[in-house]
Design a protein around this ligand. Structure first.
Ligand SMILES: Cc1cc2nc3c(=O)[nH]c(=O)nc-3n(C[C@H](O)[C@H](O)[C@H](O)COP(=O)(O)OP(=O)(O)OC[C@H]3O[C@@H](n4cnc5c(N)ncnc54)[C@H](O)[C@@H]3O)c2cc1C
Length: 488
């Protein structure tokens, strides 16, 4: 049996591994000259940069792919747990170190903010409870298969529905449980893990801090790109064939069944087709004659990002692997992202420095700074002008907060903006995480992992259920391939 996968993002690669393990002859067709989609890397004048994701959680979802293939994960892929998840900075001079151990983090919060340690520990326990009740129902299986609703896990989640905070926003939950404004802002920022707005997203998203604070933040040996590299190696060891520079033009459908794909105007037959392309262009470009699920495709998109990759002269001990420099006007920042579709004048700045753990990522005495702000992907944007404006705002914010001059320390630079993200990965509107979760029903409106009309057609990746980010993309591959015999 022959399976063809459109796109080699993390979910496309994971799907190829799972299909090969089921005995399929798998071919992955990738438009770019490299594999991995957003999860890629590049070199710049002696510095190495991961281009996209920087935060790695739930590493067991990668390990289980090696285990599925009866291989030892350590033969392919290694990672370490970070001692600190993040350094947080505010304009009023407050700095909080996000220690990995919950008790150390709670002590840090008590010493810096005077909030009793138990408040944090209770909050993280609540986050764990929410996660354990909701993940098996909302993240680990299809929401579009009726029999999945008649299970013990659904009944268990239903019993706890009053604790799931479905009718409050994340911000309301954090205000009522944490109260102290810096702390509320710190936990609100977890909405950006899937490109959402904490002032709109449902309170159930307070499960996200559980991933980082209880389960841990990790960093792969060799950088984030080694996730792609090691999984590609595994896929090849299982017999998967990768085809680079092959943009799929069409998914061929005959009698309501996917029968192949068209590449370079040639029809390549298949028994199964997996689309790892964003679901919006999958319908609009690859299947323009098929009826599209309009409501699903019109969902609000997640935020996008503007990233500066700076090779920096000097070492900055006040910064860690992950750093956030908060805006003083957080709610207004999200309004500008999701309602006004404008760059915000005082953006929250995220700085990731992999050379803190991977010394070879920067020359001696230097650091590789990945400096990111959230931006809207939608609307007409003049990126050439906006990049200059954003750069000057970002530099003044960093200089204000770190109390040191940095502009002259930037030795080299490259930039990624929403237009380029869309061009390089086909992500509609440059969204980092598919559709946003700014509404209690978002989970149900994401596209299913299979086509309800076309047999043999499956969907994986950040734009479909259960959503974006590496862990959820890996779960999308698991759910989609798990549905194969039932829906083909
Ligand atoms: C700047 C940035 C920062 C991020 N930070 C994090 C983070 O810290 N942690 C985290 O977990 N996630 C993060 N994410 C999100 C994460 O990168 C994505 O959710 C995930 O990588 C998406 O994977 P995917 O499988 O959906 O495919 P994608 O990475 O979107 O790749 C899709 C692939 O399909 C190919 N393709 C599309 N159309 C065709 C076609 N017609 N024919 C052939 N090939 C095609 C594309 O070329 C591309 O290679 C970030 C993303 C970005 C951009």
């Amino acid at each position: 049996m022959l399976a063809r996968v459109v796109g080699s993002g993390i979910a496309g690669i994971a799907s190829s591994i799972r299909l090969a393990a089921k005995g399929y002859d798998v071919h992955v067709h990738e438009a770019n000259s490299y594999l991995g989609g957003k999860l890629t890397a590049f070199a710049q004048e002696g510095f190495r940069f991961d281009a996209g994701p920087s935060l790695f959680t739930m590493p067991f979802l990668v390990d289980e792919l090696f285990e599925l293939a009866e291989k030892n994960p350590l033969d392919y892929f290694e990672y370490q747990r970070l001692d600190k998840t993040c350094h947080y900075f505010w304009e009023d001079g407050l700095v909080i170190h996000g220690h990995a151990k919950p008790t150390d983090f709670a002590q840090e919060v008590e010493s810096k903010l005077g909030v009793n340690q138990q408040v944090i520990l209770d909050f993280l326990e609540h986050s764990a409870l929410l996660y354990n009740k909701t993940a098996p129902v909302f993240l680990e299986r299809s929401l579009h298969v009726w029999k999945n609703y008649f299970t013990a896990e659904v009944w268990e989640a239903f019993k706890h529905v009053h604790q799931l905070n479905l009718t409050s926003t994340m911000n309301q939950v954090h205000q009522s449980k944490l109260k102290e404004p810096h702390l509320v802002q710190l936990f609100n920022r977890f909405a950006t893990y899937n490109g959402s707005n904490p002032y709109k997203a449902p309170g159930v998203l307070s499960i996200i801090p559980h991933l980082e604070h209880n389960q841990g933040a990790y960093f792969p040996k060799g950088g984030m790109h080694s996730i792609t590299q090691s999984l590609v190696k595994l896929a090849q060891d299982l017999g998967v064939t990768f085809h680079l520079n092959q943009r799929v033009q069409q998914i061929e459908v005959e009698n309501d069944r996917a029968t192949g794909i068209v590449v370079d105007d040639k029809l390549l037959p298949a028994d199964l087709v997996f689309s790892n392309m964003d679901v919006v262009p999958t319908y609009c470009k690859l299947m323009p004659n098929q009826q599209a699920p309009e409501r699903t495709l019109k969902q609000e998109r997640s935020s996008s990002a503007l990233i500066f990759y700076w090779g920096m002269e000097g070492l900055y001990p006040e910064l860690d692997v992950h750093n956030i420099l908060f805006s003083d006007r957080y709610q207004e920042e999200f309004k500008s992202l999701f309602e006004d579709f404008e760059l915000f004048e005082d953006p929250t700045v995220y700085i990731h420095i992999s050379s803190k753990v991977e010394k070879q990522d920067a020359p001696e005495g230097c650091e590789n700074w990945f400096v990111m702000i959230n931006v809207p992907g939608k609307g007409e944007m003049d990126w050439e002008t906006l990049i200059l404006i954003a750069k000057s705002r970002i530099i003044s914010k960093i200089e204000r907060i770190l109390q040191k001059e940095i502009a002259s320390k930037i030795q080299n630079e490259s930039v990624l903006h929403p237009g380029l993200i869309e061009q390089r990965t086909s992500s509609y509107q440059g969204a980092l995480y598919g559709s946003s979760s700014n509404n209690a029903f978002s989970a149900f409106w994401r596209h299913p992992n299979f086509s309800q009309k076309i047999r043999g057609l499956y969907f994986c990746g950040g734009s479909v259920h259960p959503g974006g980010g590496i862990p959820l993309c890996l779960l999308s591959a698991k759910i989609a391939t798990g549905l194969v015999s039932a829906h083909s």
